[in-house]
Design a protein around this ligand. Structure first.
Ligand SMILES: [Zn+2]
Ligand SMILES: [Zn+2]
Ligand SMILES: [Zn+2]
Length: 153
């Protein structure tokens, strides 16, 4: 039991930096610094337990491996609250910044708000996903150049 707690803490502590959104291998890398014998399958097991407990949430971006973030506790920080109307996504949700240089994904606690106006007349918006692309601060500092692969939409 104590061993399990140690593994769980090692997995959970990978998220200790605010705004981290991690793949299972990235979690493993961090957890190994604390519990050297931890394996990827243990990480997956702990991740599914943490998911079931609502401690972390799954992040799925198109064409990307599954990532995980710490579930937002509504009283822990400022939350952009959603106006009623965009049903199914009441309350707080997240958007993401995907760095095209290092590939890391960062959590954005901001939301542009309901987007009814973008939908054609008569359509009902149930939810939206917003992902920003570009260079993270560390990559900008390192002098990385934004790739031109993604045409502007
Ligand atoms: Zn980056
Ligand atoms: Zn949040
Ligand atoms: Zn939003």
């Amino acid at each position: 039991m104590q061993r399990l707690t140690r593994q769980r803490n090692a997995v959970f502590s990978a998220f200790s930096d605010a705004g981290r959104v991690l793949t299972a291998p990235q979690i493993l890398e961090h957890a190994r610094a604390i519990v050297p014998e931890i394996s990827l399958s243990t990480v997956y097991r702990q991740v599914s337990l943490l998911l079931a407990d609502g401690e972390i949430a799954k992040v799925e971006l198109p064409g990307e491996p599954a990532r995980y973030e710490v579930a937002c506790k509504t009283d822990s920080h400022d939350h952009p609250s959603h106006e009623a109307g965009e049903g199914g996504q009441a309350g707080h949700h997240h958007h993401y910044f995907h760095c095209s240089h290092c590939g890391q994904v960062f959590l954005l606690h901001a939301c542009p708000g309901p987007m009814h106006d973008l939908a054609p007349k008569g359509f009902q918006v149930t939810h939206h996903e917003v992902t920003l692309h570009g260079l993270c601060a560390a990559c900008v500092e390192a002098g990385a150049k934004a790739p031109k692969a993604h045409p502007p939409h």
